[in-house]
Design a protein around this ligand. Sequence first.
Ligand SMILES: *Cc1c(COP(=O)(O)O)cnc(C)c1O
Length: 423
Amino acid sequence: MKEQIAFDRAHVWHPYTSMTDPLAAFAVESASGVRIRLRDGRELIDGMASWWCAIHGYNHPQLNRAVETQLADMAHVMFGGLTHEPAVRLAKMLIDMTPASLQHVFFADSGSVAVEVAIKMAMQFHAARAKGKKTAADRLMTIRGGYHGDTFGAMAVCDPVNGMHEKFAHLLPAHFFLDRPVARFGERLEGREIETAEKLMIRHRDRIAAFILEPIVQGAGGMWLYSADYLREIAALCARYDILLIADEIATGFGRTGRMFACEHAGVVPDILCLGKALTGGYLSLAATLTTGRVARGVSADGGVLAHGPTFMANPLAAAVAAESIRLLQAGPWQQRVAAIERQLVDELGRYADHPGVADVRVLGAIGVVECTETVDVERVQRRFVDAGVWLRPFGKLIYMMPPFVIDEQDLRRVTGVVGLGL
Ligand SMILES: *Cc1c(COP(=O)(O)O)cnc(C)c1O
């Protein structure tokens, strides 16, 4: 095992790490339910759901069976010119569970690609309409503090300063950024955010193809939970100024915020919706971009096609396990579970609010965030958490958690209990 870890350290990149001075990585042997078992025999309670994904826990018998059953038929076939039951079934489920106007599905192989596809849809929609005119709307509008993925198109709408991508800023298209809303979730809007947004839209309305945002919860850009009023007002402005609204629900989708989709907190229906992460219950990489008939027809109004087609588009194994994950979610009491997790997080993380090392505590659904006053020493703090039997992965000043929905009260208490070790 030591040898494997040494090889990994010398040769294998991990997310956002250096090859010369990598952070430590723990070797995992297996995972089951809400437990991650390390090669050295230690068991960790999972507080991360593998970055929002594993909502039903690991090694779930029904999800395993869905993969195995599909595997007996086929692991993969190309999607150009071919189709299959898992893709059609999943598309139907997604169309049924999202707002009625969303009727068309593009299956991508990761969240970042789903965002690229959403951006292409919006730009092609405007370009096809503007055929013959000199310019088409080809810029985006977004909120600072956002995160939409690591590919170039997605990077260009991540936070331009604190985002992980400032190194490429000079290569990225210059989009229009608004400050993140000050008003928190549950609060009314009091600032001038909407006025500012409207002014910018009026000034550049011929250039802005779409407004892209993470509804209610800004995830990897800083875990900020903002007012539903803001989302509602931005959606209304987009409709008024003929700007498409792209909701990136890759992190928030499938119940995480207490609603199936975070847009529901504001009663907003986007023109384009990106899904990913928990889509397959954490089993395989799959994402989806949904849109309306209007946008789908608009994209091809000039006789053109949507310019995207990944090799592993609509992978049957991923589609099969996604359909089973959604079925499991819909058949179970996820609302009660997420509500119970929320109550417990409010109660147990709330106790850290007065700690001198804590700047802020915020909770929504099965998401708990403790913002520290100083940057967290990830390696040191993580080791302490692991020694205490809990898997959490802090970043920046944030110690945050989004456990599998199936975590029980006792295990969640152990997860919230270790936070103090990081302060
Ligand atoms: C994780 C994430 C992405 C990118 O998804 P990948 O599958 O990592 O490419 C995009 N948007 C949001 C909101 C995310 O949380």
